[in-house]
Design a protein around this ligand. Structure first.
Ligand code: ACM
Length: 263
């Protein structure tokens, strides 16, 4: 499989400008099978008000951003995971959506909200789904979810081969160091698509990363600047959870000793 990320700056409150930018960078994506875009791609991140957060959201259905992603998937013959400011009833969720050539496939709603996100979004309520798209099984996490090892492990237990991780990271370098370790300890691939640029007092840290089941960094973007990066991977590597001839990272767990984790 050819998997990749698109690192760029979604435009706060200007979905058409964001679509134009993705379309331009899409020129570097011919032949890609799975592409990951940053968090809150349709809206931008650092809202000034609840009105702005609401006005920039879209319902999953026939919103302009989802429709655009569907057309791009069809054009490229690929799947895309993107962050989405999702409106549902009277609530907003910081979501990741999976879209393919046949259209919308599924969503994940960010479980662990960061800083001021708590003023705008409800915490996720859909658990940690895994979607089988044929060549691989996809799990999704959004940005600050990275610091919770439990979430990564649940996705490994559910059989995810690739974790798509739309991000708007602001703490310099922390997630980018942790992601390869999560990949290693769960033996799956991770694609972190981080954004660049500034919004108000926030500077986003780039360094989008692809890590493999051995914890190796296969690709990493610079901290500034747009970048599309793609790597050919062997999905079957993520399906071997043996780490020695007598150790399997899932079978060797001792869940009865970890009960504190769920209290
Ligand atoms: C973050 O979760 N956007 C830092």
């Amino acid at each position: 499989m050819d998997i990749g990320f698109m690192q760029f700056a979604p435009a706060l409150g200007n979905v058409q400008a964001t679509i134009d930018r993705i379309d331009k960078l899409g020129e570097f994506c011919a032949g890609v099978d799975l592409l990951v875009l940053p968090e809150l791609c349709n809206s931008g991140y650092n809202f000034e008000s609840q009105e702005q957060a609401w006005a920039t959201s879209e319902e999953i259905g026939n919103g302009v951003f989802l429709q655009y992603l569907e057309s791009l998937c069809l054009r490229l013959g690929c799947h895309i995971v993107s962050g989405l400011n999702e409106r549902h009833g009277s609530h907003l969720y910081n979501s990741a959506i999976l879209v393919g050539p046949q259209g919308y496939v599924g969503r994940y709603r960010k479980l662990h909200l960061f800083m001021n996100e708590k003023d705008f979004f409800e915490p996720g309520d859909l658990g940690l789904p895994v979607f089988d798209i044929g060549p691989c099984r996809i799990g999704m996490l959004v940005c600050f979810d990275w610091i919770f090892p439990e979430a990564w492990r649940v996705l490994a237990l559910k059989g995810a081969d690739i974790i798509c991780h739309p991000s708007n990271l602001v703490l310099p370098g922390l997630a980018q160091r942790a992601v390869p370790i999560h990949a290693l300890t769960n033996r799956f691939y991770v694609v972190t698509a981080n954004r660049i640029g500034c919004e108000g007092d926030l500077t986003f840290t780039g360094m989008s990363t692809i890590a493999d089941p051995k914890g190796q960094v296969l690709a990493q973007a610079p901290p500034v600047g747009e970048k599309v990066n793609r790597i050919e991977i062997d999905v079957s590597l993520a399906r071997t959870k043996d780490i020695t001839s007598r150790n399997n990272i899932l079978a060797d767990r001792r869940p009865e000793q970890y009960t504190l984790l769920t209290e």
